[in-house]
Design a protein around this ligand. Structure first.
Ligand code: NAD
Ligand code: TYD
Length: 349
């Protein structure tokens, strides 16, 4: 039985992960989330009455709160999803990315080291309770961009190009340093682009679905030939569960589904599935520093841990689009109010 502190569990991947773990394992979960614009308790309705689940609203940068949670719930595992996660927002407002993604991760590492150490009074103690583990949920974007060929492996040098990916790379280096300096039992996972239910419509796939629903133009940055490697969110959750269960401590695991697609292909798929006209496609100004291609080599996690994705791209996309069509009230709630300002600023500003 694990007592997992999930941070950012009210966001897209975190909420899918909370539900995945409660239904596939006997763990208990404390979900610490600040409920920024991206956090939404509607994502967690089906588990809120579960006796193995607790929600706490708060900031991962809050030292006292985080320490109290470790003590109160005897946390033995941390899975850190909490982050500012959108590249476009990091271009307009990088400060909060440094604060949450780097400072917040350092605060969690600090608390984990203090609470898990077998001799907390000894500043040099490198011994921890045997069952503990800190898992940092990172991204393939820390590796930078690829040309037409090649794939990211776990040893590809870090070369982040956006303030978002730079802040995630900074956090990864802190996690690594806590392992090297203090012996903290850690893992880092670096996943490719996720899609699926409950993703906020600032990201490509839900934004295009939302605009299709409203017959609004579909804004494609530049030529739309940028390539991402897409993974259905539940497959990301099962990969993290495998790393928690059998990942070698101190190791990094890339996670990807071997689904390289150009953005324009994704948008055409959505148009066709939703029965909308291609004339909605609108090419707009490109994102500055736009990474051209990402591709994940997932050999390590598949060979070592026996994990593999369960969903094909077509199957995962069909499930995703059907979910958005079946849950119009969810989309309506998250796109009222502040979302309209965001959209106007980003796309008409
Ligand atoms: P998201 O933006 O949907 O959710 C982030 C969550 O973190 C929100 O619930 C938000 O309220 C919470 N949060 C933000 N700041 C916080 C703070 N200071 N304290 C506590 N909670 C805070 O993000 P997501 O897409 O679910 O991504 C989750 C993690 O996975 C991120 O670390 C991201 O870098 C990583 N990741 C995402 C993708 C992807 O395609 N979305 C791919 C690979 C890795
Ligand atoms: P996004 O979902 O923001 O993820 P990331 O930038 O982390 O990969 O974007 C995915 C791709 O889609 C990326 O190449 C940028 C592009 N994109 C558009 O063309 N138009 C849009 O409105 C958005 C949000 C993204």
């Amino acid at each position: 039985m694990k007592n997992i502190l999930v941070t950012g569990g009210a966001g897209f991947i975190g909420s899918n992960f909370v539900k995945y773990m409660l239904s596939h394992t006997g763990c208990s979960i404390v979900n610490l989330d600040a409920l920024t614009y991206a956090g939404n308790l509607e994502n967690l309705r089906e588990v809120e009455a579960d006796s193995r689940y607790v929600f706490v609203r708060g900031d991962i940068c809050d030292r006292d709160l985080v320490h109290n949670l470790f003590e109160k719930y005897d946390v033995d595992t941390v899975v850190n999803f909490a982050a500012e996660s959108h590249v476009d927002r990091s271009i307009t407002d990088p400060d909060i990315f440094v604060q949450t993604n780097i400072m917040g991760t350092q605060n969690l590492l600090f608390a984990a080291r203090r609470y898990w150490s077998v001799r907390p009074e000894d500043k040099h103690c490198r011994e921890y309770r045997p069952e503990v583990r800190f898992l940092q949920v990172s991204t393939d974007e820390v590796y930078g961009a690829l040309g037409k060929t090649g794939m990211f492996t776990e040893t590809t040098p870090l070369s982040p190009n956006s303030p978002y990916s730079a802040s995630k790379a900074g956090a990864d280096l802190f996690v690594r340093a806590y392992h090297e300096t203090f012996g903290l039992p850690v893992n880092i996972t670096r996943c490719s682009n996720n899609y699926g239910p409950y993703q906020f419509p600032e990201k490509l796939i839900p934004l295009m679905i939302h605009n299709c629903l409203e017959d609004k133009p579909l804004p494609i940055y530049g030529d739309g030939l940028q390539i991402r490697d897409w993974l259905y969110v539940e497959d990301h959750c099962s990969a993290i569960a495998s790393v928690l269960e059998k990942g070698r401590l101190g190791e990094i695991y890339n996670i990807g589904g071997n689904n390289e697609k150009a953005n324009i292909e994704i948008v055409r798929f959505i148009l066709s599935r939703m029965g909308k006209n291609k004339s909605l496609i609108t090419h707009v100004k490109d994102r500055p520093g736009h990474d051209r291609r990402y591709a994940i080599d997932n050999t390590k996690i598949t060979a070592e841990l026996g994990w593999s994705p369960s969903y094909t791209f077509e199957g995962g996309m069909a499930k995703t689009i059907d979910w958005y069509l079946a849950n119009p009230q969810w989309m309506e709630h998250v796109t009222s109010g502040a979302y309209q300002d965001y959209y106007n600023r980003m796309y008409h500003g």
